[in-house]
Ligand binder design. Sequence first.
Ligand code: NAD
Ligand code: UDP
Length: 307
Amino acid sequence: MTGGAGFLGSTLVDRLMEAGEEVICLDNYFTGTKVNVARWIGHPSFELIRHDVTEPILLEVDRIWHLACPASPRYYQANPIKTAKTSFLGTYNMLGLARRVGARLLMASTSEVYGDPEVHPQPESYRGCVNTTGIRSCYDEGKRIAEALCFDYHRMHGTEIRVARIFNTYGPRMFSDDGRVVSNFVVQALRGQPLTLYGDGSQTRSFCYVDDLVEGLIRLMNANHNGPINIGNPGEFTIRQLADLVRARINPSLPFVYLPLPQDDPLQRQPVIDLARRELGWEPKVSLEEGLDPTIAYFRRSLGLDS
Ligand code: NAD
Ligand code: UDP
């Protein structure tokens, strides 16, 4: 698993280790931490390797879960050229490994391949509206070329690929300074700070709880559909609604502060998950209202506020 020390990767590591799999976790710790996988360090079926996926690596494996890539705009925009390299070279190196050892590779793609969508909600057949020269393109276009590489390895070399288009996911193990909206709002509310709404807060996102997402990835890896498949929760919320939900759970009297909408921020996003329902027998079980509680409890603990 690449990116196995990150938010989604480490949750997936837990699921695989608990199922008795052997896991090799590769990570450069840019946005991940050993703490996320600490419980498995020393376990005979677990190996943790500091490795940057922009460099090749030789290993004997039969499944590759390729998740390495910073996911939060704050981090993927910090060094956009590195982000593009991670997506392109990282996926190229992992596909090379998959081809050499005959492994099946699942690539963590993203709803960002749809850009600022003109089609709503977004089915897999929608080809997207991405600004190739904007500040998000290192990530969006990086994931698009990563998808293209997967399908070319499949066509040229018969490499088994699975492509998950992941929509906004939240839950325990996000970093408190991650910069994504759920962690920002929860941490701000727990610290008694105003909630930072970018723009007027009318833009929408569809938030999937991490356990649902990981279940979808496991089903996709084991299924026979080589993708791409949307994995996300179709429940669509404005950012203002999300802020209200967080505030209501922590401190309803907290104010909002309105900040400029970042460039190319998508106005709406909602997955069509008919394909996942049909091919994987999967749909999310945890509503945003339910998933916020364990997320808030996690941040309370990680900020040392649960005394
Ligand atoms: P994350 O930032 O928590 O995890 C990414 C992990 O990859 C981190 O541990 C980081 O250190 C590692 N990494 C980054 N660059 C690397 C490199 N060059 N070499 C080795 N390791 C590297 O993000 P996440 O939310 O867990 O996302 C995991 C994957 O899922 C990413 O590929 C992301 O693009 C994709 N995704 C996530 C979401 C979401 O909402 N969480 C949505 C769409 C797609
Ligand atoms: N956002 C916000 N306040 C924040 C962080 C984000 O209003 O403190 C908005 C952001 O502008 C975007 C949405 O929330 O419209 C989701 O942002 P995030 O970075 O979580 O994910 P992405 O934009 O990549 O979907």
